[in-house]
Write a protein that binds this ligand. Sequence first.
Ligand SMILES: CC(C)(COP(=O)(O)OP(=O)(O)OC[C@H]1O[C@@H](n2cnc3c(N)ncnc32)[C@H](O)[C@@H]1OP(=O)(O)O)[C@@H](O)C(=O)NCCC(=O)NCCS
Length: 147
Amino acid sequence: MREIVLSRADSSSAGEMSAIAASSDFCAKWSASDFESEASNKFARIYAAFYGGEMAGFAAFRFCREDAELTNFAVRGRYRRSGIGSMLLAKGIESALSEGVKNITLEVSEKNSAAIALYEKFKFKTVSVRKKFYNNSDDALLMLREI
Ligand SMILES: CC(C)(COP(=O)(O)OP(=O)(O)OC[C@H]1O[C@@H](n2cnc3c(N)ncnc32)[C@H](O)[C@@H]1OP(=O)(O)O)[C@@H](O)C(=O)NCCC(=O)NCCS
């Protein structure tokens, strides 16, 4: 059984991350060039999980002093429910801790029960609701984890 390997993603992984985003509901549909420019932003921390050389998922954060935000996050469909999302989130939280971050926020659709369950497992709490945020229809939950 091969292991999942986590590493910091750079612009060379932009195409793979964009393909995973394109095939995932709910996440931000960044193009390869969006990922490329994000990867070179000094505030960005993007982590990717690999299984036998194939990218299985990514989690993109922005860190700015005491605040961090999860800006994009997806696991390739066939790898879901095997702990990879948890590994990526844990990696981001661990890095945030080591860089002195105190608060991590994220925004998630009220309809995204899989992601909400994962965030609640990681002690994120809903701190506000943005009404009809997505396509003037679904609410967005703003979630916060204090570390
Ligand atoms: C959200 C997402 C990243 C989770 O990744 P994952 O690798 O499947 O997550 P994990 O396997 O680490 O799951 C950890 C826990 O989250 C919860 N969870 C994950 N998927 C779930 C589902 N479909 N239904 C209910 N709970 C779920 C469970 O509590 C799970 O623990 P368990 O498997 O022991 O019950 C993945 O579903 C995904 O890519 N979704 C589409 C994109 C997306 O929603 N991104 C987030 C935007 S805010």
